[in-house]
Design a protein around this ligand. Structure first.
Ligand SMILES: C[S@@+](CC[C@H](N)C(=O)[O-])C[C@H]1O[C@@H](n2cnc3c(N)ncnc32)[C@H](O)[C@@H]1O
Length: 315
């Protein structure tokens, strides 16, 4: 980059052209994406880049506008923005992402918030299992934000686990030491921890078989193993996660599991009242029912009455 171009030229014109290209390709947020691509090419912090655009005080270095055009063309072919940039921002973390791994979503940040609430009193130590870890987003964010957490993150898929491993290695040393990553099937993993875990948190695959995601970014770039939850309703893997949580959690431990908006009732139904109490659905920031939460009981005797099952939004 160089300094001193006239306002309106250079970057601004190319960002406007990229915005128009992305809009015509059906990208949902063309202006924001064009700006993010330009900022990545310029290689300076977003605030400074925006200010420089307003004042016209930043002239592109040779090749930078060509590079922006190339990236915009990739985005117009509906390659996810995060794959092009190579990173996804999740809570306070910047995670490496690309082909083979699910791009973490903003709604899952609320799953982390619910998980952190559940372990907040456990300041002397909380044992956490993140089942279906992908990039590592959930478990690594919990370890990053809750210093008393000891986290186990489990991922099945070989390619996804390469990203789990890479993001684990990039954590700061103190956080990394509190996180163990493991490749395996979450439904059977971590047997040595049976009955000792305070929190099981999971964003499992849960899309039903026929529900092909509408956005090309998702349908073509998120791995099928990350999307489809198997079984007629997409809840076969989530049911396996619930069973794993029953095995792993200590009495009083909490399960927080993400699901699709239409699966709220079915997801609550996965938690058998004989083994779970305080089962509830929690909305995301836009009010959509997106996660089920339950507390593991000591096994109740037959006929004992569990707490009511509720929609938190209805309280
Ligand atoms: C929806 S993605 C979630 C990734 C990450 N937790 C997040 O929230 O961004 C689901 C992940 O579960 C993995 N997965 C699917 N079945 C699994 C299983 N049986 N055991 C462990 N991981 C599994 C997929 O490979 C994928 O990485």
């Amino acid at each position: 980059m160089t300094h001193g171009s006239p306002p309106g030229g250079g970057w601004r014109a190319e960002i406007d052209a990229a915005t128009a290209l992305l809009a015509s390709a059906g990208v949902a947020s063309p202006g924001a994406d064009a700006l993010a691509l330009a900022q990545a090419v310029a290689g300076i912090p977003l605030g400074r880049f925006r200010a420089a655009l307003i004042t016209g005080s930043l002239a592109p270095a040779p090749g930078e506008l060509d590079r922006l055009r190339e990236l915009a063309e990739r985005r117009a072919r509906r390659e996810p923005l995060q794959h092009i940039l190579g990173v996804a921002h999740f809570r306070a973390l910047t995670l490496a992402v690309g082909p083979g791994v699910f791009v973490p979503r903003p709604e899952t940040e609320i799953v982390v918030a619910a998980a952190l609430e559940a372990i907040a009193p456990l300041t002397d130590g909380a044992v956490v299992a993140d089942l279906c870890a992908g990039s590592g987003a959930i478990g690594f964010a919990i370890a990053d934000e809750f210093p008393a957490a000891r986290v186990w993150s489990v991922e099945l898929d070989r390619r996804a686990f390469e990203w789990t491993t890479r993001n684990h290695a990039a954590l700061d040393e103190g956080t990394m030491r509190r996180v163990t990553i493991q490749r395996g099937d979450a439904r059977t993993a971590l047997a040595p921890l049976n009955g000792t875990v305070d929190l099981v948190v999971s964003n499992p695959p849960y899309v039903p078989p026929g529900a092909i995601p509408r956005d090309e970014e998702v349908a073509k770039h998120d791995p099928a193993v990350a999307l489809y939850g198997l079984g007629p309703d997409g809840l076969a893997v989530p049911a396996g996660i619930v069973a794993a949580a029953e095995r792993l959690l200590k009495p009083g431990g909490t399960l927080v599991m993400e699901h699709a908006e239409v699966q709220a009732e079915a997801a609550r139904g996965l938690l058998d009242p004989a083994r779970w109490t305080a089962v509830r659905t929690r909305p995301d920031l836009t009010g959509r029912s997106r996660m089920v939460i339950g507390r593991r009981t000591a096994n109740l005797s037959p006929g004992a009455s569990p707490d009511e099952t509720i929609e938190e939004s209805e309280k």
